[in-house]
Design a protein around this ligand. Sequence first.
Ligand SMILES: [Zn+2]
Ligand SMILES: [Zn+2]
Length: 352
Amino acid sequence: MNIKNYNHYAGIIHVHSTYSDGSRTIEEIAEIANELDDICYVLITDHNTMQGKTDGLEGWYNNILIGIGCELNDPEDLNHYLVFDVDADVCKVGDSYKYVEEVHNSGGFGIIAHPDENRSHIAKYRPYPWKIWGSELFDGIEIWNHMSEWMEGLTHFNKFRRVLHPRSSIIMPKKETLEKWDRISIKRKVVGVGGADAHGYIYKILGLIPLRVFRYKILFKTIRTHILTRDTLSGGNDYTNDLQIIYAAIKNANCFVSHHYLGDASNFRFEADSGTDAVIMGDCIKLTDKMELNVYNPQPAQTYLIHNGNYTETRSGQEITFTINSAGVYRVESHVDNRPWILSNHIRVTET
Ligand SMILES: [Zn+2]
Ligand SMILES: [Zn+2]
């Protein structure tokens, strides 16, 4: 059984503008995104503000749909939380347990940003990890964050090389984050997304020559989140409905993450086929004795099958089938050049 009729839309989550500590306006960010012809949405998350939405900046800018949420933090500047589809008054510094609950109750959704950040090389750049794993009301985890990985690997010795090579220095998501994501996903659905955390920072070489590091365009070509939906975006007539389509796909985990530097992941598929039913990542299916998990890689890749957090099997190629005979949550990772390229969300296989 083949699944057809899903639209694929690639986009960028977690972008800062001049409404907080980014260096470009939302209009400029939309213009930069329009220079790329293979993404169609950008989700802005300024720190503790949705003023851009209040100012009417959501909507289509030619081929790019701009959605505006925000990135919340608590008074100690910890527990960064990306929230979408919420009212503007949610966006202020507050108690982290409370904002997670408030977003949940409001019908919006929230994603833990850079959960296991640990920066120990340069004292002035502190980490901003997630501390309240006891809260069970979050909807998702940023399983890969460009800026966070770049900063974590930064030392006084390699900083110039990393400034010059912002994409090739992004290697892999954090193991402990993937482990937590898999563990929690056994109990309930938690979407995994990729974050750019783009700011377009201006860095002064030797304190003098200004250089825009983390240029927005570079980051838009690195960690992407691709959604799959049966709905078709209007492309202009109805941006609020288009945003609801994107938010629904993300919330439902009908999405995957790619490192675009290693190749275009657009046609990637991960589907479960039971012989009588077929679903995509994010969905749920009943186990049968003919259960297959099918993967399509847009270029030959090494694909790992992960069952309840355990790496159980690996195959290489483009069209790959894993036969399975037990229930649980399954996801796949496709690697090229021994580096993670695509990470799917989970498919939940239930007992008959
Ligand atoms: Zn943050
Ligand atoms: Zn951020």
